[in-house]
Design a protein around this ligand. Sequence first.
Ligand SMILES: [Zn+2]
Length: 118
Amino acid sequence: MTCDEARERIPFYAARALPEPEGVALLEHVVGCEPCQGELVEAMRLGHELRAAFARLPGPPAGTWLSVAARTVGASLLAVGVGAEIAGLTLAVEATKSGFSVTGSLSLLGREVPVLRI
Ligand SMILES: [Zn+2]
C-alpha cells in the first residue's frame, strides 16, 4: 500500500468504517511509515474529540423527546451540511421509535465517511 492509498483509508479506519482486510493492510503500512502514523493518530484523536463533544451536549427537559417523537417517528428533523466539494461535514437528527438518532459524516472527495452515530 502506498502512502496515498493509506491516507485515503485513514478517515474510514478512524471512523471504524473500513472493512477488516483493508484495515489490516492499512495497519501493515502504518506500522512502517511514521508520517502515516501521525495522520492516523490525528484522525483517531479528531474522531474521539468529536464524539466526546457530542456526548457533552446538554439534553432537553424530560418529556420533550417523547412528545416530539410521538408526532415525528421516521421523520428527518434536521440535516445540516457544511463544507465544499473536497471535504464537508453533515449532521442529521432523525426521530426513531426509541428516541432520536444523531448521525454525522465527513465527506471527503465525494466519499461519505460516517463519524458519529448516537
Ligand atoms: Zn505512508
